[in-house]
Design a protein around this ligand. Sequence first.
Ligand SMILES: [Zn+2]
Length: 415
Amino acid sequence: MHAYGTVVACLFLLEQVVPFMGKRYSFICLAPVFIAVFVAQVHSSPPVMKEELPNIIQVFQRASEGHQETLRGKLRVEAQDGSLLLEDNQQVLHVIPGESITHREILDEDYLLTPKELGQEIVAELPAGFTFLTTRHYVICYDTSLGYARWSAALLERLFSGFHAFWSQAGLDVSQPEQPLIVIIFSNRNDYERAAKKEVGGAAHSIVGYYNQLTNRITTYDITGSDSTDTTPSQSSHSVGIEILRNPRASSLIATLVHEATHQLAFNAGLHVRLSPTPVWLSEGIATYFETPDLTNSRGWRSIGAINTTRLELVVQQFTPGLLSRFIADDKPFHDSDEALVAYAHAWVFVSFLATMKKDAFCSYVAHFDTKEPLGKDSAADRMAEFKTAFGMTPDALEPELIQYINSLARRKRP
Ligand SMILES: [Zn+2]
């Protein structure tokens, strides 16, 4: 049994990031806060249907001072006013206002980069000193020690396999990502904060890593703080792992990395669609279901669905009747600093309950979110109706069974 004492939260909206977290480490997942205007345009004039969209296009755009910019990418959404959501070959989503587009053309050429090309292009945009390594499913860009990058890569690959095996065995049709998943690791907190500030603003100082839906990347830093330039190939990920576990913040780091990596996997394996209306309780419930670290071995993480002790304690102490219904209808409880941590705890236990006791219904419910369009919007009534369709009852009607489940987990945790 390990001590897992750090509470972590992952908030979808920047302005609500964790003033209440104090010294605890938290992390966030960026949502479409930068593109509210475009979202409004899409909602006021429904987007062109997906089937009609050409695949890869080149867009010529009027930029400042009469300059012209060119962007190539996969067309994800087209609003009726001509505004576009484009995904470039580094997986970054761009919003292009219709009035700035002077010309566009369909491209017939190969669009995807090899993992090596992808690593080279990303490193070229990072501060000096960065390099990258490629693994089966990841491109890890780093300026810390090779050993730390390798240890992180091994953890991520283990999570990748575990994540895909878990959902396949549950009966969900998961898909392999089209391109490698990108992770950026800074060698030290200062450099990380400087870079993170551009994406997360003032929240950078309170978070140890984040997944950004716009860039599809995870950004984090080396918590061993070694700031090491040691790139000796002999530095094994096992010895780095032992060093990491000696760090008092190991539990927080591993939980954060796994939590954010789970979000990234879910958005790249057909569970969620980037910038689509995925309920926060579902996304966070899945991420917290996977996040439990295993500090008994140097690999740091092994289990899926282990009891998340901190969150269980919170939900036992502060079970809130009706909260499920509220967060199924609306994400608000996660954006309310007084209620967010309790909401996370409820989301964790609810996903644990559904994945264990209602597996088939849960899988069909989860699969439904892969059909959502980017920048779409669901009303509270839509969200509630989708839940009832999948589970055959309201969340309130499920609460007595959930309470029994919580009690059974609490009994298991007792010495
Ligand atoms: Zn999260």
